[in-house]
Design a protein around this ligand. Structure first.
Ligand SMILES: Nc1ncnc2c1ncn2[C@@H]1O[C@H](COP(=O)(O)OP(=O)(O)OP(=O)(O)O)[C@@H](O)[C@H]1O
Ligand SMILES: [Mg+2]
Length: 285
């Protein structure tokens, strides 16, 4: 079934309704900054190894930015700067209008409440069930009863289609399922923004297409600012409001997928042509 079908619209609507019911709607106007994420001339090297060179890009509030590029170009490194796991050598990083470049670990705690990252591995707690993993960010939140938490978990697991595995341990799940659970847990935190690192790698093409569908539906229902790191052009094309292409430490920024695709840069053309050899993953289950 193609994306955007009547059935899909229906699912998006019900997702939005679920969202309203669950109280997981956006927290209202935050800062007035137009850009939620901003890199201004960021440089990062590990000893002699220069990874980012004067990298600048912006992600508008509510938009989905796709970061692409070959293995080892610094895609994950870029996300880790946003989460405060790495610090830029020079340049500035702004989040929600705030310059976080030299934030302390403690200051980053508040950023990590607003911005959550879905890791490639899922990074789930092995000893907790799927339900407990999803509930984890909700535990101890003031004003939430046990019934509220159960209701959130039920709704999120329904949205992410993991309700069948709520009692299982992460070790019993496939990579794709683990990632869906990780996304549900990230959403339980009700973040303002979500970072996805390679959501469709290490799963088969059907699961990759399915993950793409889920992320697309979340984008349409939640409108949360997102950055998706991927080298899957099929996924990128479906999600991108803008594209950052990293290559040799430099970032090229494109305002739309069409702009990216029509670039005449030889390296970028080569990147795209090679990807066309991979079968279409645009599968809706
Ligand atoms: N903590 C670190 N210490 C030293 N080098 C690092 C560190 N983190 C990343 N690097 C190096 O920085 C470069 C970019 O790494 P990064 O993980 O961002 O690549 P990537 O673009 O995400 O690649 P992939 O598509 O394979 O995930 C790599 O050469 C990596 O070895
Ligand atoms: Mg990476």
């Amino acid at each position: 079934m193609p994306s955007g079908s009547a059935n899909e619209d229906c699912r998006n609507e019900s997702m939005s309704e679920d969202l309203k019911d669950s109280g997981l709607t956006d927290k209202g106007p935050g800062s007035a900054a137009e850009y939620y994420f901003e890199f201004r001339g960021v440089n990062k090297a590990f000893d002699e190894h220069v990874v980012l060179q004067n990298v600048s890009f912006q992600v508008k509030r509510g938009d989905t930015c796709v970061i692409m590029g070959r293995s080892g170009v610094g895609k994950s490194v870029s996300l880790k700067h946003i989460m405060g796991f790495l610090t830029a050598d020079s340049g500035r990083i702004l989040i929600d209008g705030e310059d976080v470049t030299h934030f302390t670990e403690r200051q980053f705690e508040s950023i990590r409440r607003k911005v959550t990252m879905v890791f490639q591995s899922g990074a789930l707690f092995d000893s907790l069930s799927v339900a407990e993993n999803i509930a984890f960010p909700l535990e101890g939140q003031p004003g939430l009863t046990v019934e509220d938490v159960e209701a959130y978990v039920a709704k999120l697991s329904h949205m992410l289609e993991v309700e069948e595995v709520l009692d299982k341990l992460p070790s019993e799940l496939s990579t794709g399922m683990k990632r869906a659970v990780a996304i549900a847990r990230a959403l339980a935190q009700n973040p303002e923004a979500i970072l996805y690192d390679e959501p469709t790698t290490m799963v088969d093409p059907i699961m990759a297409g399915h993950m793409g569908d889920l992320i697309l539906r979340l984008k349409q229902a939640f409108h949360k600012t997102s950055i998706v790191v991927t080298h899957d052009t099929h996924l990128a094309k479906r999600l991108a409001d803008n594209v950052v292409f990293l290559q040799d430490g430099r970032a090229q920024v494109f305002g739309s997928w069409a702009e990216f695709e029509s670039s005449t840069d030889p390296f970028l053309r080569d990147f795209l042509v090679q990807d066309e050899l991979i079968p279409e993953l645009d599968v809706t289950l």
